[in-house]
Design a protein around this ligand. Structure first.
Ligand code: C2E
Ligand code: MG
Ligand code: MG
Ligand code: MG
Length: 291
């Protein structure tokens, strides 16, 4: 039946046989429909400035609520989007929605920092820069308020090309963050070869800090590494009853920002108003451009 076809395993999407080709076409259509109808939408998770305890910003996280299948896990459908050639369409949608939501909020007038996830597979050409530039052109926002979290950096094939694309992204004024640092391949090479402004320590280490000395030392070392490279350091996955303890240890380690269920789960943008607002920007609010 249709429902089970819709949740067929990912390997069906690697277009080799006629059946695969047909599956891909229907998957593309499903994704395009969901992007249009609003079944695919964006939620926001607060990021907290560890030193002040105030809101630093939020990460935009995509959701797919299918009327028949219920909510579909992002990790699953993002892979489907990659396979179906729909990452650009997804990224365009998330970027537009997130930027216009921030632009319509009083938080746009503060130092609030908005993070949007971008798959490293999109760094293979300049179209991702066009997507960003179009989204920025449609709103009145200071581009320095935007951070792009680059996910799946292990999939970068051509570092030279990725570096060029990243430089073009940075020319708009946005910051670039390396997501899930410490898991997957080529993390140190990634830091060395590519122009990142922020390092985001993977939650697999962060969550373990209270009772795992090794995990704690790794978090401390990565923080030191990031700071010595002049980067902002953010820890994701602060959660559970030990959350306060984790935050204290992150503070001692010199980590700048924390994110996790301890503070809040991803939710509607308006829920961010429940947090202490970020400090007002000291600039006159005129968009600045790098280079
Ligand atoms: P990510 O970018 O590392 O995002 C953090 C994930 O960890 C999110 O899962 C978030 O809900 C979850 N999380 C945050 N705090 C905690 C915590 O304290 N405990 C636990 N257990 N989990 C926590 P989510 O929303 O399911 O997203 C999964 C991944 O999907 C993201 O990982 C990112 O790689 C990808 N993703 C999500 N939205 C987008 C998007 O718009 N574009 C792209 N390219 N990828 C996206
Ligand atoms: Mg992320
Ligand atoms: Mg992450
Ligand atoms: Mg992660």
């Amino acid at each position: 039946d249709k429902t089970s076809e819709a949740v067929a395993p990912i390997h069906f999407a690697s277009a080799s046989s006629e059946a695969d080709r047909i599956w891909n076409i229907s998957l593309q259509a499903k994704i395009d429909d969901a992007l249009r109808t609003g079944e695919i939408y964006v939620v926001y998770q607060p990021q907290i400035d560890i030193r002040s305890g105030a809101l630093f910003g939020a990460e935009a996280l995509v959701r797919w609520e299918d009327p028949e299948r219920g909510s579909i896990s992002p990790s699953y459908f993002i892979e489907q989007c990659e396979q179906a050639g729909r990452m650009e369409a997804l990224t365009r949608k998330v970027m537009r929605d997130a930027l216009s939501t921030l632009a319509a909020s009083p938080l746009a007038e503060t130092g609030f920092q908005l993070s949007v996830n971008v798959s490293a597979t999109l760094l293979a050409d300049y179209r991702v820069a066009e997507i960003l530039e179009e989204a920025l052109a449609g709103v009145s926002l200071d581009p320095t308020q935007i951070t792009l979290e680059i996910t799946e950096t292990a999939r970068i094939v051509d570092y030279v090309k990725a570096g060029l694309v990243m430089e073009r992204l940075r020319q708009t004024g946005v910051k670039l963050s390396v997501d899930d640092f410490g898991v997957g391949a080529a993390s140190l090479e990634t830091l060395h070869a590519l122009p990142f402004d922020e390092v985001k320590i993977d939650r697999s280490f962060v969550a373990k800090t209270p009772d795992d000395r090794k995990a704690r030392k790794i978090v401390e070392s990565v923080t030191m590494l990031g700071k010595s490279l002049g980067m902002t350091v953010i820890a994701e996955g602060v959660e559970g009853v030990e959350g306060a303890d984790v935050v204290e240890r992150l503070k001692e380690a010199g980590c700048d920002i924390a994110q996790g269920y301890y503070f809040a789960k991803p939710a509607k943008f308006s829920r961010l108003m429940e947090f202490e607002a970020p400090a007002k920007r000291l600039t006159d609010g005129v968009p600045r451009r790098r280079v």
